[in-house]
Design a protein. Structure first.
Length: 155
């Protein structure tokens, strides 16, 4: 009888020890899981910051390249003359084409100017002619921006 009590007491003690070890292991696993989640989040943040840093470096490089080209071309901001452009009217198709061609900077090399747009809106409209009963195609234009040209140094 005494022997069964010792075996029972031994099994109960062993069970309690195993229960304590299991609870401690569970706490360590939970803590490790939280640590892993934190480290994964930190890694994702660092990758995002690295990508942002790389794109910022690329943008800085592009600006520095542009700055070098401006210096090589001897273009100085104080030598630019800026004229505001504000067009709001309805034009026939030929006039609208001429204005858009001028503003497209395609002819700016010959004329030594640059157009910097801020807002452009071009809408086709139909103008009815009351007396003849016909209609004419036109373009309603709203253009805002700056026309820039180099100042003539000869004056």
């Amino acid at each position: 009888m005494l022997r069964t009590w010792f075996i029972s007491l031994f099994c109960l003690t062993l069970f309690c020890i195993m229960l304590i070890i299991t609870l401690q292991s569970h706490g360590q696993v939970k803590s490790s899981t939280e640590n892993i989640q934190y480290l994964v989040q930190k890694r994702a943040d660092l990758k995002r910051w690295d990508n942002e840093h790389r794109s910022a470096q690329l943008e800085i490089k592009n600006w520095n390249d542009l700055r070098k080209k401006v210096i090589e071309a001897k273009i100085e901001p104080k030598k630019w003359q800026v004229y505001p452009v504000n067009i709001q009217d309805t034009f026939d198709l030929h006039e609208a084409e001429r204005i858009l061609r001028i503003l497209s900077n395609s002819s700016s090399k010959e004329n030594n100017f640059l157009f910097s747009p801020e807002y452009i809106r071009v809408m086709p409209v139909v103008i009815s002619q009351e007396g003849s009963g016909g209609s004419q195609s036109a373009v309603e234009m709203q253009v805002q921006g700056k026309m820039m040209t180099m100042r003539d140094e000869s004056f």
